[in-house]
Design a protein around this ligand. Structure first.
Ligand code: 25A
Ligand code: L14
Length: 337
């Protein structure tokens, strides 16, 4: 089997770290692995398959001889360096929001739109974490009953905001237990023992950017602009795993029982739905897993064709690192790379 030269940009971050682990766990056909980050991390060593791999400082020559590059170092780095890599013929799978809505860039969730990958589209965007886990569940429902409108509220883990945010939650919990005040550097307010209805920046329409990403990205991935969606995105004091309450209105009637049957067979989805035995998806159970978990499947009794579901997935894996590596696997499967 052919092996590929793979670069990870932002290798020392919360997502980058999981990308390296994912390549290892999936036994991805790596010939050479190049780890890139800022000058702060240059010289540091990270483990890959038991070996020490040095972290190099990212520069314009970093992509020579590479074939696939996984980016997770923020939008400004992606804006600057993804075109540099693409010009070298490298397939860039970018986890930032920089390229997602560019009409020449495929925005891909392999269970939903693998056909959007193309040989001449060197930059590929990895969608927003909250959107990814939602669309793997929406896709089979849309195919069966045609979705008209979605109302979603998210309960997002702090790891979505990176490594520093996880440290902040842990330190706040400790400070408060010691009777000391909680220090806020990453989040605008104390996140320990709190819930903050604000992720990413506020826009002119008073929605946050995170909320509008869910609106626009869902339509692009599903390839259907007619799907109406409204979102409220909320930060909760959970380390890993985003949860979502999703209300779905469909054109055709779909019973909760039929929806459950379909979801149990949907790719990448695991149904955990047994209320009598208190079984439903929990963030703490999904940590470290690549699947998307769905439960609490119910009829929306206030309208004629509606469902309510509860969706949970590890935001650092299906929401970021796994979806990126899965796209790379798909490029190989489709003989694109
Ligand atoms: O710009 P955005 O889009 O708003 O994104 C902001 C951040 O969100 C995270 C990610 O943070 C990103 O930087 N992120 C983005 N998408 C995400 C998603 N879908 C997401 N998180 C979750 N889900 P992160 O901390 O996880 O990762 C940051 C990585 O990017 C590298 N990086 C930063 N600037 C770079 C760069 N790489 C190349 N060139 C640059 N100019 C960064 O590497 C990390 O790998 P690093 O070397 O800067 O950081 C290594 C470690 O150093 C610590 N650290 C970070 N900042 C400082 C610091 N130490 C001291 N002083 C600092 N100012 C951290 O512990 C880090 O792990
Ligand atoms: O991928 O939880 O657009 O703060 C960046 C920040 C996802 C979540 C993205 C967060 C996000 C995120």
């Amino acid at each position: 089997m052919k092996k590929y030269n793979v670069a990870v940009v932002g290798a020392t971050g919360a997502v980058g770290n999981e990308m390296i682990k994912m390549l290892e766990e999936r036994d991805f056909p790596v010939a050479n692995l190049r780890l890139l980050a800022s000058s702060r991390s240059a010289g540091k060593k990270l483990k890959y398959k038991g070996q020490d791999v040095p972290v190099e400082e990212l520069n314009k020559d970093s992509f020579k001889g590479m074939e696939i590059a996984l980016f997770s170092a923020g939008a400004s780095i992606s804006k600057e360096y993804a075109p540099v890599a693409a010009r070298e013929g490298v397939f860039v799978i970018d986890n930032s929001s920089a390229w997602r809505m560019d009409k020449d860039v495929p925005l891909v969730v392999p269970e939903v739109n693998p056909h959007h990958l193309k040989k001449d589209k060197k930059i590929i965007a990895n969608p927003n974490c909250s959107t990814i886990q939602m669309v793997v569940v929406l896709k089979p429902i849309h195919d069966a009953a045609r979705i008209k409108r979605v109302v979603v509220s998210t309960y997002q883990a702090v790891s979505g905001a990176g490594h520093k945010a996880m440290v902040e939650l842990a330190e706040q919990v400790k400070s408060l237990a010691d009777g000391k005040p909680a220090e806020c550097k990453v989040f605008p307010y104390q996140i320990a023992y709190n819930v903050i209805p604000h992720i990413d920046i506020f826009l002119e329409n008073d929605y946050t950017k995170e909320e509008m990403k869910m609106v626009h990205e869902t339509k692009k991935i599903m390839g259907d602009d007619s799907i109406q969606l409204t979102a409220t995105t909320v930060r909760v004091p959970v380390m890993r795993g985003h949860s979502e309450s999703v209300n779905i209105e469909t054109e055709k009637h779909l019973s909760a029982a039929d929806a459950r049957k379909m979801l149990a067979q949907a790719p990448g989805v695991i149904l955990v739905d047994d209320p009598a035995n208190k079984k439903y998806p929990l963030a703490i159970d999904c940590e470290g897993k690549i699947d998307t978990f769905v439960g609490r499947v119910r009829q929306d009794e206030s309208i004629s064709n509606g469902l309510n579901v509860w969706i949970v997935s590890d935001n650092l894996l299906k929401g970021a690192a796994w979806n990126a590596v899965q796209i790379a696997e798909e490029l190989i499967k489709q003989k694109i790379v």
